[in-house]
Design a protein around this ligand. Sequence first.
Ligand SMILES: [Fe+2]
Length: 302
Amino acid sequence: MHANAVVHVADRSARPVSDDELCKGLAVAEIVGPAEGSVHMQISESVLDPGGHIAGHLHPFEESFILLSGEVYLRMNGCDTAFRPGDFGVVPLGVAHSWRNVSDAPVKWLRVRAPQPRDVEVVRDSTFLVDSFGLPALSSSAPPFGLPTVRHFGHFDEVQMPPPGPVAIRGANNYAVSNISIRLMVDDTVGARHHIMFVGQMASAPEQAHNAPPPHYHAFEEMYYFVSGAARGLLEGVEHPIRAGDVAFAGVNATHGFIPIGDEPLRWIEVMAPRPPEQDSMLFVNQWNAVQEASREGRRIT
Ligand SMILES: [Fe+2]
């Protein structure tokens, strides 16, 4: 049995991080990490209270984010930037940064760390304070999206979802899936080296059910954070009901597949870590069975 898990995010209440010289007003809900069998990623929801901050620091892992609610400011690479829901970005490994919430409402973001911190319970072991770094200015501004000088940030909007088609992910075999929309957000083009993050969607129309990705496995870990719709999830051959608010985790070589059900499209935020290889990144069980069958029947296989 390979590592896999289904997590109901609502069951993972945000635990306050005690105020100290690093942070004030921060709470973190752990979603995927060692407890779920992961060795390559740490996925959490971070909540920063009004007036809260995380002082200047850096760490030996990269950190990406997508804002779920509220507004937050980030200082990084000499710039102070304001983010709103749908904004995403990556803080590259070893790059100093600080966060601040100057609004009167809490801010929540999905936080992705890869490689997985050495000890996720002892955060200070792998987080290093940067003295005199300072916090973002009280009047930080939004990134000038559209300019090529914006290197690490982007914004996801509904209208960016492409029509359903073949899977188009680093190293994937296009013939295995034909009913998926993918909006890539975080990869090497925005400075990530250890993971990728994207929004995925599958239509739930019954006539498309046969187009759902069949169970597959791969040499990297994968996390699905479902935001709309429902599905029959298959993890290592065991069926799990999936709906918005659930997270599915597939460890290395764990077979997994999702069949959308109901009226709403199935949409999720997905993370792969380590970054998928450039070829043969996903191995589909039915395709390899077909190779065996063709061989036994004397048909061409290459
Ligand atoms: Fe997968």
